[in-house]
Design a protein around this ligand. Structure first.
Ligand code: SAM
Length: 258
């Protein structure tokens, strides 16, 4: 099953930018919590536009940035090695790594269990695995222009996260299971950070919703969304009188014992 979004498209460019604005700060907190060594060899999976790869490169020894689509990885530091590779066919690079990070990658891959096992194997003794993903927690609305709009919001959220997403291989339960999987795999110092905030129409969280909705339009129409519902949903995402909880983001880390 193929990844549903296109990192190299114009919408994909904006998608990566919204993710960076919304999630780089909590991700950096999570990465710093484990300590970063100036000599560390790091692996950044599904590197997107490289904001975290570059941030790691400024604090560690070297970073290998892997993505199936490397067209956004053009402006990277000298110690970032870019590799175009499909993670469903292995990691694409030999370990061991002192730090492995994957944000919003495993949630999309039906082969996430196999990829996860390879990540654990690729850790150096004392190496840290950090995985960040969205959960499927319902995104409760806070302010709505009208009750009809609340129904449109709820229906598009339902079709996106509970119908089209799972049908395309996404798992909205994976993030909540990562800590237990790390423990079962023998990692220690397992820790999860939860991050969530509200978002208002016209701001980055809502603009990301709108962007994902545009990219997933064929899928959503295929599971019964109507063009009118999609149009109204996208209008809501730019309307300042709309606000709701944004995705819950979990960032879980664990260490391979020395
Ligand atoms: C939702 S984006 C997240 C990008 C980045 N990690 C971030 O959080 O800003 C998912 C990334 O994984 C990449 N990707 C999807 N499927 C992949 C695969 N099978 N192998 C390697 N990379 C993949 C996409 O191209 C995209 O850059």
């Amino acid at each position: 099953m193929d990844y549903v979004f296109e990192t190299g498209s114009d919408l994909g460019r904006d998608h990566m930018q919204y993710l960076g604005t919304l999630l780089d700060a909590p991700t950096r907190w999570c990465l710093e919590r484990g300590g970063l060594s100036a000599a560390a060899r790091c692996l950044e999976l599904g590197a997107g536009a490289g904001s975290i790869a570059n941030w790691l490169a400024a604090r560690t020894g070297e970073v290998v940035a892997v993505d199936i689509d490397t067209s956004r990885l053009t402006d990277v530091a000298a110690n970032v090695e870019v590799r175009r590779h499909d993670l469903r066919e292995g990691l694409g690079v030999d370990g061991p790594f002192d730090l492995i990070h994957a944000r919003l990658v495993l949630v999309h891959l039906p082969e996430r269990e196999q990829v996860f096992a390879r990540l654990v194997e690729a850790l150096a003794p004392g190496g840290r695995l950090v995985i960040g993903d969205f959960t499927g927690r319902r995104l409760h609305p806070i302010t709505m222009p009208s009750p009809e709009d609340e129904a449109v919001w709820a229906r598009i959220q339902y079709l996106s996260h509970e119908v089209a997403g799972p049908a395309s291989g996404m798992s909205m339960t994976w993030a909540g299971s990562t800590a237990a999987r790390m423990t079962d795999a023998g990692l220690v110092d397992v820790h999860t950070m939860e991050y969530s905030e509200t978002t208002t129409g016209g701001t980055d969280g809502c603009l990301l919703h709108r962007n994902l909705n545009q990219q997933a339009e064929p899928l959503l129409l295929g599971v019964g969304a109507t063009p009118d519902e999609l149009r109204r949903y996208r209008e809501l995402m730019t309307d300042p009188s709309f606000s709701a909880w944004f995705y819950q983001f979990l960032c879980t880390s664990g260490v391979r014992p020395k």
